[in-house]
Design a protein around this ligand. Structure first.
Ligand code: PLP
Length: 405
């Protein structure tokens, strides 16, 4: 029998958040080491429990959730999502504009597979949440990264976006609030993106999975609320705002200039029906989550656990000589720059590997977020402060001596 090899479709696909360094961490765990994993934004293992109502709802609905649902999702969940975006002032949305999926991840894949032909280009942020780049590549598209400017609170560089538009550009992707940088885009920036999309006939994909995780009074604007002249695909879900990443509950909303996108929307519908439906018991959590008390606010406001941890992480990182981190305004990550010259670093992956081996702390290197320049890492600030503090002290002592002899 010939060797069984992976498809060439995977040649340019990369998803390093759970890549080789995470595999090394698993190996070390098997050998008996305790690894502090600050690499994945998974709130539950750090004691961020889901609101009780959500759990009760899933348990209550379990006996009647044994069959497939409509492939777009159960009615109650879709109505709840529709109302959620109506409250954000998005005009003209109907129930058929909403597709419930197994997490935002599935909807990212579906949204790109339905859109792209070989060589079609999609503008993606650098740094990005790497599933977006992987989904474009796997769908035969060409990812083209636009610069987000660290000096400007990690906002997208509009001139860079404009300079990268070609006759093959189909869409622009925004992640707002942003993973990994924690940036929260204001209306003025979003309006500029809308203007570019309008001028060049581009679809805007907006991943807003962190839309309720905002600090310091920052407000979220759903870009699709700014105009109905552009075709928008907005994605959201329960994994982060409601701390139930394991439920795999997410959604996709089409809005704006839907007249130009009838064929594409039919394509999404076809892909949704090919996988039957999303996990049915957890779809029932969506209505309860969106309609109920928003306990996430208690975590992100002054005195809230997540905000305190954000402060500990950002402040302690900025106290380490040679490290700089723009304080995140949203989400659950610090994205820190390492002075590569000071530490004589040419490979940020090796740096994260060395940190893992020496301090038993697992982070993700900047290149994993498709950022090809500079030396960065992402740290998840989900652990309690009494775990984060000593971990950051250890990261500080690692950099005190790292490659400085
Ligand atoms: N989009 C972004 C920006 C994310 O950070 C993540 C997970 O970290 C996802 C999507 C995936 O979310 P889900 O759990 O809904 O698949």
């Amino acid at each position: 029998m010939k060797p069984v090899e992976r498809s060439h479709k995977l040649d340019n696909v990369c998803y390093d958040i759970r890549g080789p360094i995470a595999a090394q961490a698993r190996k070390m765990e098997d050998e008996g080491h305790r690894i502090l994993k600050l690499n994945i934004g998974n709130p539950a293992p750090f004691g961020f429990e889901a609101p009780d109502d959500i759990l009760k709802d899933v348990i209550y609905n379990l006996p009647t959730s044994q069959g497939y649902s409509d492939s777009s999702g159960i009615y109650a969940a879709r109505v709840a999502v529709m109302q959620y975006y109506q409250q954000m002032n998005i005009q003209d949305i109907r129930i058929n504009d909403i597709f419930i999926g197994n997490g935002v991840s599935e909807m990212i894949m579906m949204s790109m597979q339905a859109l792209l032909n070989t060589g079609d280009e999609v503008l993606l942020p650098a740094p990005d949440y790497p599933l977006w780049t992987a989904a474009v590549s796997l769908s035969s598209g060409t990812p083209v990264h636009y610069r987000c400017d660290e000096e400007a609170d990690w906002f997208p560089d509009i001139d860079d976006i404009k300079s990268k538009i070609t006759s093959r550009t189909r869409a622009i992707v925004l992640i707002n609030p942003n993973n990994p940088t924690g940036a929260v885009y204001d209306k003025a920036l979003l309006q500029q993106v809308v203007d570019v999309a309008k001028e060049h006939g581009l679809v805007i994909f907006s991943d807003e999975i962190y839309d309720k995780i905002l600090y310091d009074g920052y407000k979220h604007t759903c870009i699709a609320s700014l105009t109905d002249e552009v075709f928008f695909v907005t994605l959201g879900g329960l994994s982060k705002n409601y701390r139930v990443a394991g439920f795999r509950a997410g959604w996709l909303l089409v809005s704006g200039n839907k007249r130009v996108a009838k064929d594409y929307i039919e394509g999404i519908s076809m892909l949704a029906s090919m996988r039957m439906c999303a996990n049915v018991p957890c779809q029932s959590a969506i209505q309860t989550a969106l309609g109920g008390y928003q306990s996430i606010n208690d975590l992100v406001h002054d005195g809230g656990r997540l905000k305190m941890q954000r402060d500990v992480a950002a402040n302690m990182l900025n106290d380490i000589p040679g490290i700089h981190c723009v304080k995140p305004k949203g989400a659950m990550y610090c994205f820190a720059r390492v002075n590569a010259q000071k530490f004589n670093i040419s490979n940020d992956e090796q740096m994260i590997f060395d940190l893992l081996n020496e301090e038993k702390i697992l982070l993700v290197h900047g290149r994993a977020f498709n950022l090809q320049e500079g030396c960065y890492f992402r740290l998840v600030f989900l652990p309690h402060a009494d775990i984060l503090q000593p971990a950051l002290t250890r990261i500080g002592s690692f950099f005190k001596h790292y490659r400085q002899h």
